[in-house]
Design a protein around this ligand. Structure first.
Ligand code: PNS
Length: 160
């Protein structure tokens, strides 16, 4: 069984992320979407909330699981018996950072491959950080994040 891991911050999950999940679920037997537990970062949602938001939107994909991980991704990959990391690429500006991470992960564990998926052009401008800005100042989130989680994001800014 070919298991792939799609790691990230997902603060929050966007339509661009969901597109990558949907497409990879058609290629691999199982896809584990895994949220990095990052205590230093100024996240809007807690790890548990981010996991719950992702779970809400991946329900239609029966071979997709949602988890969180701590520490080095390569160690988590070993634990999950997976050697494929999935990453999405939106623009050239993503490349340098992603290239460095892919080489570092491969150096730490040469059995690991990073598979890059080009974003769907309709989502290429979407990032979690821009979504937070739009939401903070009352902009429309339709087509940026999955419909099922728009309310959760707006509530977060209202302090509910
Ligand atoms: O969505 P992001 O923030 O681009 O995701 C980055 C992520 C979580 C994939 C990356 O920060 C990560 O893998 N962190 C775990 C620590 C690690 O393994 N570092 C070594 C690779 S440089």
């Amino acid at each position: 069984m070919k298991v792939a891991v799609y790691p990230g911050s997902f603060d929050p999950i966007t339509k661009g992320h969901l597109d990558i999940i949907e497409r990879s679920s058609r290629i691999f037997d199982e896809v584990i979407v895994s949220v990095l537990i990052n205590v230093d970062k100024n996240n809007l949602f807690t790890t548990e909330e981010r996991v719950e938001l992702i779970k809400k939107v991946v329900k239609p994909y029966k071979n997709v699981k949602v988890e969180s991980f701590n520490g080095l991704l390569v160690n988590y990959m070993k634990e999950k018996q997976s050697n494929v990391i999935i990453k999405g690429l939106r623009a050239l500006s993503d490349f340098e950072y992603e290239f460095q991470m892919a080489l570092m992960n491969n150096k730490l564990d040469p059995s690991i491959e990073t598979v890059f998926m080009m974003t769907n052009s309709q989502y290429s401008f979407i990032s979690s950080s821009s979504i937070k800005q739009v939401a903070k100042f009352g902009g429309c989130l339709k087509d940026l994040v999955p419909d099922e989680i728009i309310k959760d994001i707006l509530n977060k800014f209202r302090g509910d």
